[in-house]
Design a protein around this ligand. Sequence first.
Ligand code: SF4
Ligand code: SF4
Length: 458
Amino acid sequence: MKYKCSKCGFIHFGELPDGYYCPLCHSNFSYFKLIEVEEKKYNRKPVNPDNPGINRIPEKCINCGVCTKTCENIVGIKDENVCIKCGQCILTCPTGALTPKYDYRKVLEFINNEEYTVIAITSPAVRVGIGDAFGYPAGKFLEGKMVAALKAIGFDYVFDTTFGADLTSMEEAYELKNRLEKKELMFSSCCPSWVNYACIYHPELIKNLSTCKSPIGMEASIIKDYYLNIDEMDKDKTIIVAVTPCTSKKAEILNGDCDYVITTSELAHLIREQNIDFRKLEDAEFDSVNGSSSGTIYGASGGVTLSVLRVLYNYLTGKDLTADEVSIKEKEFYKEIKVKINKEIITCASVSTLYNLEKLLEIKDNFNFIEVMNCAGGCINGGGQILMPQNEKDKLKKERSKSLFKDDIKPHIKYPYKNPIIKNLYEDYLDNPGSEIAEKIFHTKHKNLSRKKGDNND
Ligand code: SF4
Ligand code: SF4
């Protein structure tokens, strides 16, 4: 079916839903005239209604095909029926027909139920993205206001996922140390869209993927496994909500580590719907579980590599890695990061977008460690960030990244292994990175999903 709006000429494909309004001129459905009976082939990328990360509002979709082009040319997925839930299509859809799959109202129900304790854990990129919803300059570092907003919404505790990132660096550096001894290449595993892509399109690389869970997975696991026990809290009445820039994390948590993921854009909805005046909030501080600035830089491309190298350097030399010992070179489609440890040069690459990754794979044997982020520039540009005009995107990415790396220079704890909470946790409970208990809580197995290629893997 094809209907034309007799007021502005807009064409709607498919059945006209009841109460439909023209997305361009807002005339009601009585203005639409049937102009063609047969079904037009859809240009748009299919979104399965069960997709945990992304939702399409069909009434708003004008079948322009931008989502398909984004998926093919920006993300690098050519198969119509494969979705890795990164949400990059949300950022480019011109009508707002694509949104994250909203979970914030379910979270609010738990917050309003006094029987439950609701804990927020916040990813680094949220604090440099949330300001876009409230008129702040691009990349403004608003950690204190973000924490204050979450407390004003009613979260019982607000912890920083930089702590989970520190745990990831401790475990991933240990894993890398072992793989270096075996001369094995290792890929990072904290981006669930990349992991999903590798499991579908590159099963031969699964053996090289780090087995570490992502920072939200590590943080939620240790809260449930350890902190709730020592505080004698009821696990069944505690809800852990990861606040992230990422729609793909909504799929990742189906493993049961976190209870909910809400995106930066959902947080903005929550703030508005609760009538909180974000600009007037006084800065607030995180509750006790915090990370180092090595955790903060996880939000921008290259940050994971630097953090892991800092810990690896300490494992192998007993010393702190300083900035002048690290060589960072911008190459055509990736960043090369090198460091000399004892007599050996460790060569790493940090790459974002799967399109660039495919090029990097041709020279992968030149590296010891490769950090892969699905979204261009890393999580600062995740599909759950606030929508902004396309022509501002490059500036935004730059400013958000600058803001996170600026935090790394501040005189606070820089190295994960110097974080007193991390030190106590290993001393009191985990023993060492890679210990039996650390393996059980923090590591996972990746499944070969290649047989699903071409199927709808939502
Ligand atoms: S980009 Fe948005 S409007 Fe265009 S086809 Fe995709 S969902 Fe529809
Ligand atoms: S780069 Fe970050 S935001 Fe984008 S899909 Fe990966 S984890 Fe999510």
